[in-house]
Design a protein around this ligand. Sequence first.
Ligand code: ADP
Length: 360
Amino acid sequence: RNYGMRSGFPRRGFRGNFVPPIKSNVGNAGNTISSRISEKNDDFLEILCGPDGELPEKLRNLEPRLIEHVSNEIMDKDPNVRWNDIAGLEHAKKCVTEMVIWPLLRPDIFRGCRSPGRGLLLFGPPGTGKTMIGKAIAGEAKATFFYISASSLTSKWIGEGEKLVRALFGVASCRQPAVIFVDEIDSLLSQRKSDGEHESSRRLKTQFLIEMEGFDSGNEQILLIGATNRPQELDEAARRRLTKRLYIPLPSSEARACIVRNLLEKDGLFQLSDEDNATICMLTEGYSGSDMKNLVKDASMGPLREALRLGIEITKLKKEDMRPVTLQDFENALQEVRPSVSFNELGTYEEWNRQFGSLS
Ligand code: ADP
């Protein structure tokens, strides 16, 4: 293989074989591709090249290792979440379908006064399905999904966050339609830092807003979804760019019943009566979706723990001899798994929703 030594990038020929690059890239002089990208991982370049086998212009000035990171770690080629996997949240699903999925599927119709906002904020307590919604949007709209935690930009990519943000938006624009999901977006676009803010985090924030502005004004099929459980920390500039702001609350009791049923059914373990499931829902007021998942996990250990208590060795235990998961298992699990969101926090979300939320 002939790896491009001048530009820092190999270019692919039409059939995937490398051909030497012609563009030089002053900024990356010395970043030879061969030292950066292993043979087994260089497929990422292939999927970014156009039909002519050329690497898009936008990516040529970016450092290969950052593009590699975006393609291999941040880009999720198969988000694998569908609407039906998400319990409850009917209102949010309906809004998102109209505001986001239809425009991504039919850009030709959603023009002019129908043109959609390119920024969506999902806010609410942790573990309520915000990330699941992001993945489901990508799945339903047949879009490429990019997931990044904003706090990793400031903690893990110290001093390089800006470059990574450029690479992220660059790769996304080559993989349209694209959904960029930024978790903990408050840590990137927070108002708190504005006084004693470090120069580097200010630059990062500016870069991020510039990138957003760029695709907002163009015809790009890119949607940015920010998720946060601290919406009150977002500043005015962030709110302005995240035009749709949806509250993702704790699951209703029907949604909790649905989570219990779905998780147990997936493993063929659901044998609770409707009454027992209703009792579980009553006892789990205030539990988030992820608390419910932890609860089901713990309860499903009940039959196993009991068998071991009765002296059956784990190696001799037959699956068919194990009793089903019962209400009692859930009652025991409730002692171990407590709700993670406090009642007081909910008031803060509801207040912010009243003030800044969409379609509340
Ligand atoms: P968030 O992004 O809001 O913090 P996630 O979407 O990552 O939360 O959810 C964490 C886990 O909790 C999910 O993987 C899923 O198992 C469970 N969960 C949360 N909300 C729901 C829901 N509405 N329906 C089904 N499962 C849920």
